[in-house]
Design a protein around this ligand. Structure first.
Ligand code: CTP
Ligand code: CA
Length: 226
């Protein structure tokens, strides 16, 4: 079947999308990471592209391949993702869908850590990563007109996401309940609540592609109203 016709309402707009996990090295062969397939961020980038936007797609090592027809900037760590987002500015819109690792290993080793003869496990030390969403949300120069973050929560979804929206200076937070009972993590569907200054709008459970198209439509509506 022919692809559905999409109104190219985002021609001339530049959107930055972050997606996937970040990998934070422990040594050359080991890392820590979040669980994230990259499916939702990839679907959002594709939906924005279909509407005619120029998309800078800053992605960590995701399971799903990046969409075609976007500029792919592949990164590993949160710091690299931060640098890539900075380099991609200015933009009309930023959608931060990546599952960024909150910490990196501050005592990462340049050589593979070997087991020692006495069976002592190594100690890892952690340091906080830059918060890319909070950084872009609070920019005073070159802040995108619309900054959209995500919040994956396992409990008290709306209060946590509402607090995140304010703390990070985001216009919208796309909140989702990732508690294991929902089966959403790693699946093809999502049930999200869009948090904005107008309050919380709970969308019905739908495919990640449909969530992406609906979000892209809302983005186009909002840019047209500005
Ligand atoms: N985010 C980011 N950079 C980070 C951490 C998070 O850009 N270092 C972004 C994510 O891409 C997402 C939003 O911030 O859009 C919320 O991420 P989340 O992990 O839910 O928020 P945190 O502030 O890290 O809070 P928590 O303690 O719940 O993990
Ligand atoms: Ca986090």
């Amino acid at each position: 079947p022919a692809p559905p016709l999409v109104a190219r309402r985002l021609v001339g707009r530049h959107v930055i999308v972050t997606s996937g996990p970040t990998h934070e090295p422990i040594d050359p062969v080991r890392y820590i990471a979040n669980r994230s397939s990259g499916a939702q961020g990839t679907a959002i980038a594709a939906a924005l592209r279909d509407m005619g936007a120029r998309v800078s797609f800053v992605t960590g090592p995701a399971e799903v391949p990046p969409p075609e027809g976007v500029e792919v900037i592949a990164v590993q760590t949160a710091q690299e993702m931060h640098d890539a987002v900075k380099a991609a500015l200015p933009a009309d819109v930023a959608v931060m869908a990546a599952a960024v690792a909150d910490w990196h290993v501050s005592n990462a080793q340049g050589q593979k850590i070997k087991k020692d003869a006495e069976g002592h496990a190594p100690s890892l030390q952690f340091a906080e990563n830059p918060d890319i969403l909070a950084w872009i949300g609070h920019l005073t120069q070159d802040r995108p007109a619309l900054v959209v973050g995500f919040a994956a929560e396992t409990n008290d979804v709306v209060p946590h996401a509402t607090a995140k929206r304010l703390r990070k200076g985001a216009d919208w937070i796309v909140a989702n309940d990732v508690s294991p009972a929902t089966g959403i993590m790693g699946g093809s569907e999502n049930a999200v609540t869009l948090i904005s200054d107008a309050g919380a709008d709970a969308w019905p459970r739908m495919g990640k592609d449909q969530v992406a198209r609906r979000l892209a439509d809302r983005i186009a509506d909002t840019l047209e109203e500005m």
